[in-house]
Structure formats: structure tokens, C-alpha cells
Design a protein. Structure first.
Length: 648
């Protein structure tokens, strides 16, 4: 079965004796010690849809990643085909060792000319078994192992081929293609327990159920709910004009005066997936830019004045949820038992094109977070062209300089293609409004454009342990000026775990507070694999086939429960791989760089290792990086090790 059962144990790295033995036979790993035990299971969430309940529990071991066709030079040539590894006549779009889960696949090419010529064969292998091999369009159009709405063809997704079918793997995942995919993205995660999640059947049920039809608003006061509890459903009946002006507000009670203080306020229209028009022409739904939304998280029905969301909203003790509106209120509110230690966060921003070759930020979150949704409006542009849609999203996790998520175009992130081909609304993504403003009476040659779009990360949450920065380029290199972005990002922040220790190891001479790993072999001058405007910088590097030992002092106050390793390295050679041991025992966690970038060689990577009480018995945590013998030499420039412990 392709989809993982929710309760299925994650065996690789958590008791994977058979798997390690298989790799030893293949000569891929040096491991004699027994594997480490599994980490404790997180507490269950009661009363919330199982797919959404996963978002309310923080998973520090899950590393969010994107494999894509982004331009390895940092420019806008995201169709270069210069980054993929080659195996005989195949291009390797993804090859990942260790435990993980492919959550989303997207690709596109011109349907009339390029697809018939280049989309010849797609080969998906999971743990050594072929899940699918055949024409890519057959896979996405439901003639393979999955059906709609898990997979969608270009007609249903405004030009993009889309799959949200889960592909969990315990030891290895590989996606290959004959000829050229042109543009593609594969969202996946790695780390201990990362293969777990809802099955294909569960996701199909979640996508297909008619939850919005069961929402029945009735007369209601402005106070919607008071904690401690989780709001599981919000439905409203109101006119489009009332929707555009309404706000949902979470307030905190500052006792003993019982003075309610707003903590966050969300435009109701954007909460239900609609970014209203910047140039409304009247108070009708069309004039205001209020559109139909039929997503798995939110729905908008302007023809019947009904709107709803099933985004879980946790409320703690001393918190309440209010609707701020000037008219009468009709609402439907569902609730479930409280989930401690988690809060909803929102970030509403307006950004104009900066005229610089960089990204503008739509989110700078701190601490442990899950990002689960983005609703955006894009307005303006230079007359007669839509080059602002050439911009890529770049997501940096845990204070890293390099993004682990490098996009290929604005519409690609929203699961569409070629500047969007039509209005669409799917379970995880959609464009709900496309408005052409013809200024000079000469058609699109003198027009500017408005878009309302959404993308939910319900199945592929963006996870940061010490924060997350989500940046967008405006245009091909970020330097586009005449564009306004309005964005709402939604997610959850958590009480823990928190950093309790930090040690930096470097190749070459150590600065104050650092530990030297020994001499460097060379100095490399390179820009970071990110924004077009990145200036080259020098970094020291070495290549190894022998283990590297990182010895980290245990913090006071009790043993840590996890370690996050940030690796800086030279990405010139593909196939670099190393396994991580803790105190001599195999953690099952791997650094694996399947792709290469010889043009922008300075790169970073992340790995999480679960820790247990015995790991600090000698006052230090001993982490060992063991290069894979059959792989190219393993490059190192620096490591930062952060130790974590749950908040009290």
C-alpha cells in the first residue's frame, strides 16, 4: 500500500535492523552498533479531524524540503535542466536516503507541443519498489495508482500537473523522468518519524467530504467562543460587503481587571480564502472581488451569502474569539477539547516591489512554528505585462542563510502554470479572481492585473524549530517595482521545544566561542544558492571519507531531547552522503545531497536527531558524522549544533 497508515511505526532509524542490514550488504553505510530506540509518541488530539489534528502537534524532527527546477545560477532560468543528476537516459528529480515522505508533486510544460514530445516516462520508486512507471500525464490525470482529487491534470489546475498523493518512504525515495520535465517541484520532508501521516484514503476523504454543506449559521452574538477549547468550525451568513469589512479577533484576558486585549485580528474574507479587490467597483460580490472558494480548509459562497472555515483555532484559558462587524451576526461554531501549548498566529502584510535583486518577507516567525496557509492578492504591474509572476518563493528555516525551499515561479507555488490559465479552486490551492484593468481602451496592451490566490500547507506544513522566514521575489530577479502584494499567512506557534545549548564547529581557525575541526583544504569563492543579488563570499572547506566527531557539552537543568545540526558545505559534487551516530549508535538520520550546484557552491542543510537521557551520561553529547563509503567525498565547512529541551 502506498499511503502510510497513521498508526504505523516509523522503523527506519527507530529500530530498523533489517534496513541497516540491507544497506550494509550494498556497501552504503558503515554501521556495527545497534539502532537507537524510537522517540516517545506525541499526545493524541481529540475531536478534530484527524488530518487537521496533526497540525496541532509540533514535530521538531521533520525537516521541510523542496526539490525543484530552480535556476542554479540564481536567476530566472528555471527551465535550464542544469541541476538534475543523470542516470543513463533518466533525469533524477529527487533521490533521498533515510526516512521521509513526498507530500506534493507539481510539474508543467506546454501541453500542445512540449508535453507530447518530452513527457515520455515518469518513474517513482519508494524503498526499492516501483510505485509508478509510465507517462507523466497518465499519473496526474488518474490513470495510475491514484485518482482525483489526489491527482489533477492541467485542465483542473490552471496549467499545472498536481499530486497530493502521499508517498512515505523508510529508507529511500527516487523520482526520475525521461527527457525533460521542464518545470517541476517536489515537496517532501525528512527526519525521524517523517514517513508518518494520513493515508491516501484518509486524504481522499478529507478532500472530498462536504463539510461546508453541513455549516448552518444561526443568529449569534459577537462572542463566538471562549477558551480553553479548540474551535473546529466557523460558518457565517452575511453579504459580501459585510464579509469584506468583518474581522475575526482573538483576545486575551488581562485579569484582575478583565480587560480584554486583542492578540491578533484576521480579515474574515482572507480567513475563508478570498483576497478582496483593491479596486472595488460596487458592493456586489463581483465588484468587491469576493469569489467562490472550494478548498479543503475554507469555502466562500457569495451567491448564497455563506462562508466558512474549518481551520482549527486553539484558545487557551483567558482567551476568547470575537467577530468584529457592524451588522447582525449569524454564525455556526464547532468546538473540541483544548490542546495545550499551541496558539494560532497570523501575519498580514502589504509589500511593494523593492527594485532590488532580493526577496521581500511575508513572514518572519520565531520559535517553534507550523505554517499552514497563505492567501494573497497581487495588484498592479507595468501596463500590458505580468512579469511580476516570474518571482520565486524562498523559505529559510531555523535562521539558515540558505533556503531549503527554492521555488520556480509565483504561479508554480500556487499549483498553476504559465501566469495562470484560468480561475480554479482545488482542495489545497486556487486562483479565485483574475481581474484585468484596461486603462487606455486598447485591451491588455495597456492593462494591469489583479489576482486572488491561496495555497494551503495542510499536508506539507512548513516547520521551523527556531523560526522561519518566507520571502518572495517580485519579478524575475526580485527587482520589479510596480506591484503590490497583500499576504495573509496562518499557522501555529508552540511552547516548545526550546534551545538550551548551542555550539559552532568550523573548518580552519576558530573564532571566539567556536571549535575548530582542523585545517581546511581549500577556500571557495561563491554566492549562496538563493537570491539573484547575493554577492560572492569566501568560505573554507574540506572533503572527508573518515568520521567527524562533534562533542557538545550537556546543558544544565536536565538532558536535552533533541539536537539540530546545521551543516555548511560545498555543493559542487552531487551524491554526498553521511550517516549520523549518537554515542556510537546509529540514529538512522542522514545528510544526503543528491543534487549539485557547481555555480553557487555555498550551501546549507539541516538534520534533527532525537536524544535520550543516556546520551548525556558523560557530560557531553557525542555526534559522529560517518561519510558513506560508496558516495563522493563528504564536504564540510561548518556545523552548528543546537540542543533542545521541552519548555516547562
Amino acid at each position: 500500500m502506498v499511503g502510510s497508515e497513521r498508526a504505523r511505526a516509523s522503523v527506519f532509524g527507530r529500530g530498523a535492523v533489517a534496513f541497516l542490514g540491507a544497506l550494509l550488504v550494498d556497501g552504503l553505510v558503515h554501521a556495527e552498533a545497534p539502532p537507537r530506540p524510537p522517540a516517545p509518541a506525541p499526545p493524541a488530539v481529540v475531536g478534530v479531524d484527524p488530518v487537521l489534528a496533526d497540525l496541532l502537534v509540533f514535530r521538531p524532527s521533520w525537516i521541510s524540503r523542496l526539490a525543484s527546477s530552480h535556476d542554479p545560477f540564481g536567476g530566472n532560468n528555471d527551465n535550464s535542466g542544469d541541476l538534475e543528476a543523470k542516470e543513463d537516459s533518466w533525469l533524477v528529480l529527487l533521490h533521498q536516503l533515510g526516512e521521509g515522505r513526498i507530500q506534493r508533486m507539481w510539474m508543467t510544460a506546454d501541453s500542445s507541443t512540449v508535453v507530447p514530445e518530452d513527457y515520455l516516462d515518469l518513474w517513482i520508486e519508494i524503498d526499492g519498489h516501483t510505485v509508478y512507471r509510465g507517462r507523466p500525464q497518465d499519473y496526474f490525470e488518474g490513470r495510475g495508482p491514484f485518482r482525483a482529487p489526489l491527482v489533477l491534470g492541467q485542465d483542473a489546475s490552471s496549467g499545472g500537473f498536481i499530486s497530493y498523493a502521499p508517498l512515505p518512504f523508510r529508507r529511500e525515495a527516487k523520482v526520475r523522468m525521461k527527457k525533460r520535465p521542464h518545470y517541476y517541484q517536489i515537496s517532501y520532508r525528512t527526519g525521524p518519524g517523517a514517513s508518518a501521516g494520513p493515508s491516501a484514503e484518509e486524504i481522499t476523504r478529507f478532500f472530498s467530504d462536504h463539510w461546508c454543506d453541513a455549516v448552518h449559521p444561526t443568529p449569534h452574538g459577537e462572542l463566538l467562543a471562549e477558551g480553553p477549547l479548540v474551535v473546529t468550525r466557523l460558518g457565517f451568513s452575511m453579504t459580501p460587503a459585510a464579509l469584506v469589512s468583518a474581522r475575526v479577533r482573538i483576545e486575551d484576558d488581562h485579569s484582575p481587571t478583565r480587560a480584554w486585549v486583542p492578540r491578533l485580528e484576521i480579515p474574515l474574507a482572507m480567513l475563508v480564502g478570498v483576497a478582496p479587490s483593491a479596486t472595488p467597483v460596487d458592493t456586489t460580490a463581483a465588484g468587491l472581488g469576493v469569489s467562490d472558494v472550494n478548498s479543503a480548509l475554507a469555502c466562500s459562497r457569495p451567491a448564497t451569502d455563506r462562508y466558512a472555515t474549518r481551520l482549527p483555532i486553539p484558545l487557551g484559558k483567558g482567551q476568547r474569539l470575537r467577530l468584529v462587524t457592524s451588522g447582525p451576526i449569524a454564525a455556526d461554531v464547532g468546538t473540541a477539547p483544548a490542546v495545550p501549548g499551541v496558539r494560532l498566529f497570523s501575519e498580514l502584510r502589504k509589500n511593494k516591489g523593492q527594485g532590488q535583486k532580493t526577496t521581500f518577507s511575508v513572514l518572519d516567525a520565531e520559535g517553534p512554528v507550523h505554517v499552514i496557509s497563505q492567501v494573497a492578492a497581487m495588484d498592479g504591474g507595468w501596463h500590458g505585462e505580468r512579469g511580476f509572476l516570474e518571482g520565486d518563493e524562498m523559505i529559510r528555516f531555523d535562521g539558515m542563510r540558505a533556503p531549503l525551499h527554492l521555488g520556480t515561479g509565483t504561479e508554480d507555488y500556487f499549483d498553476a502554470a504559465f501566469y495562470f490559465q484560468s480561475v480554479f479552486s482545488n482542495p489545497m490551492s486556487g486562483m479565485t479572481r483574475f481581474k484585468v484593468l484596461e486603462h487606455g481602451g486598447v485591451g491588455w496592451n495597456d492593462a494591469t492585473f489583479e489576482y486572488s490566490v491561496y495555497r494551503h500547507h495542510v499536508l506539507d506544513p512548513l516547520i521551523g524549530r527556531t523560526g522561519l522566514r518566507f520571502g518572495w521575489e517580485a519579478g524575475a530577479d526580485g527587482a520589479y517595482l510596480s506591484i503590490l502584494w497583500t499576504t495573509l499567512l496562518l499557522g501555529y506557534s508552540f511552547d516548545g521545544p526550546r534551545v538550551v545549548g548551542r555550539t559552532r564547529f568550523v573548518v580552519g581557525p576558530a573564532k571566539e566561542g567556536e571549535v575548530s575541526l582542523g585545517p581546511a583544504q581549500q577556500t571557495v569563492l561563491s554566492a549562496l544558492d538563493a537570491e539573484a543579488g547575493q554577492a560572492p563570499q569566501s568560505f573554507l572547506v574540506r572533503e572527508k571519507r573518515t568520521p567527524t566527531v562533534l562533542s557538545v557539552a550537556c546543558p544544565e537543568g536536565g538532558p536535552p531531547t533533541g539536537a539540530l545540526l546545521v551543516r555548511t558545505f560545498d555543493a559542487q559534487k552531487r551524491g554526498q552522503a553521511a550517516w549520523i551516530k549518537v554515542g556510537g549508535a546509529d540514529s538512522g538520520v542522514v545528510f544526503h545531497q543528491f543534487a549539485a550546484n557547481p555555480h553557487r557552491r555555498l550551501a546549507e542543510d539541516l538534520a534533527w536527531v532525537d536524544l535520550f537521557d543516556g546520551d548525556c551520561k558523560n557530560g557531553k553529547v557525542r555526534l559522529e558524522i560517518w561519510p558513506v563509503a560508496a558516495a563522493p567525498p563528504f564536504s564540510e565547512s561548518a556545523y552548528e549544533v543546537r540542543l533542545f529541551r521541552p519548555s516547562m
